[in-house]
Design a protein around this ligand. Structure first.
Ligand code: S3P
Length: 437
């Protein structure tokens, strides 16, 4: 038997970050583009598709259900849609890999199919809560078995779904999207309201595929029984991947880095507001709209930061950026407080615990709270970090290594490929000190 792949990095101070970086495509948008193109009538082209393990897993799942997907060049997919009623029963378990988005969105879509299916994932995904989607989908008439509310999900086919009026208890785009995708197949109208607006890519993309959907921040409503019309999708660069470069260029003295055409959907860019409140110098240039999404170049110059209390209303808009923010906070002058962010405990790892433990290993004073962190800024020293198999924890500590007094060893970084294949190469090109161990 081969042992599991254990890759690790050593991060050390590099040079000031300079030049331009082309960030890969958005993960959230790439997942949805494959899903909707597969269900559409006709052929769709996706440009800027993220060649990450997560999004490739989603594409492979649709191929197993009879959808032909061509990859004429890297980051391009031609998806031959089979129509809303055209998916075929897959044989065997469908592997979502590390992707919560893949599994939760697919649960809504598969709950409405005439065939049974099983969704499984890796060790991290197998620990993530699925009740949040099973509960509303069951109310729509779905039957999904999941021991303890955890993957694998055994989805029973042949159920007639009915629309619901769902008031979501969590601010989660994945939950909202699962219900909306099931609603496409349901009798009557499905509406979702959320406690705080979350990213609306599913809604925007359904509209782009010709679905009549009514949505505004915090709510969405559609009628079941509509067909999707193929369309081309231009995927913007992923803000969450850009975040590591934004924080690094802000922290490393002498840096001036341009990140090209980054997606700036307002439900994603809470980190910009938080960093600017801390004193960051981030300028948006060449603003444009790409595939219906705002994009701009971000020019990031080094600036000294001061600690802040992160406003709770920003939390959903920067939910994936807390690992990066925590490193910024640890290098800021003063104290940063993160609260009302308990969702961080059920991400790819428990990110509150992972960041607290990791930053403490580098000498930072961090208080861990049930729903957040209190981080006292100061100088970081070298140390050894466990990524807990979480891509964003690994990349955040690669950034910390640019500021630490001695080298930072980061174990278990293979999962960076789920969202940002090639991160280490791009980081080195920009000036990071980062090498494989
Ligand atoms: C995502 C929604 C968020 C986010 C995840 C991607 C999406 O998760 O953390 O990385 O694509 O819908 P939640 O819905 O659990 O907040």
């Amino acid at each position: 038997m081969t042992s599991p792949r254990q890759e690790s990095w050593t991060a050390t101070r590099g040079t000031p970050l300079r030049g331009e970086v082309a960030i890969p495509g958005d993960k959230s948008v790439s997942h949805r583009a494959v899903m909707l193109a597969a269900l559409a009538d006709g052929t769709s082209r996706i440009d800027g598709f993220l060649e990450g393990a997560d999004t490739r897993a989603t594409a492979a799942i649709f191929e197993r259900m009879g959808v032909r997907i061509e990859a004429p060049s890297p980051s391009t997919r031609i998806v031959h849609g089979v129509g809303i009623d055209g998916l075929r029963a897959p044989s065997g378990v469908l592997d979502c890999g590390n992707a919560g988005t893949g599994m939760r969105l697919l649960s809504g879509l598969l709950a409405a199919q005439p065939f049974d299916s099983v969704l499984a994932g890796d060790a991290s995904l197998s620990r993530r809560p699925m009740k949040r989607v099973i509960e509303p989908l069951s109310r729509m008439g779905a039957r999904i078995d999941a021991e303890g509310g955890l993957p694998p999900l055994r989805i029973h086919g042949g159920r007639a779904l009915r629309g619901i009026d769902f008031e979501s208890p969590v601010a989660s785009a994945q939950v909202k999207s699962a219900v909306l995708l099931a609603g496409l197949f349901a009798r009557g109208e499905t509406s979702v309201r959320e406690p705080h607006p979350t990213r609306d890519y599913t809604e925007r993309m359904l509209a782009a595929f010709g679905v009549d959907i009514d949505f505004a921040p915090g709510r969405a409503r559609l009628r079941g029984g509509q067909r999707l019309r193929a369309t081309d999708v231009a995927v913007p660069a992923d803000f969450s991947s850009a975040a590591f470069f934004i924080v690094a260029a802000t922290l490393v003295p002498g840096s001036e880095l341009r990140l090209r055409a980054v997606g700036l959907n307002p439900r994603r860019t809470g980190l910009l507001a938080a960093l600017r409140a801390m004193g960051a110098d981030i300028v948006e240039e060449n603003a444009a709209t790409e595939g219906g999404e705002p994009v701009a170049d971000l020019v990031v110059r080094h600036a000294p930061l001061r600690g802040i209390a992160v406003p709770a209303q920003l939390v959903p808009d920067m939910i994936d950026e807390f690992p990066a923010l925590a490193v910024a906070a640890a290098c800021a002058d003063g104290t940063t407080v993160v609260s009302e962010a308990a969702e961080l405990r059920v991400k790819e790892s428990d990110r509150i615990a992972a960041m607290a433990t990791g930053l403490r290993a580098l000498g930072a004073a961090v208080e861990e709270r049930p729903d957040g962190l209190v981080i006292a800024g100061g100088a970081l020293r070298g140390g050894t970090i466990e990524s807990h198999g979480d891509h964003r924890i690994a990349m955040a500590f690669a950034v910390a290594g640019q500021l630490a007094g001695r080298e930072v060893a980061i174990a278990d970084v293979a999962n960076v490929a789920t969202s940002f294949p090639g991160f280490d190469g791009l980081a080195r090109q920009a000036g990071f000190g980062l090498r494989a161990r």
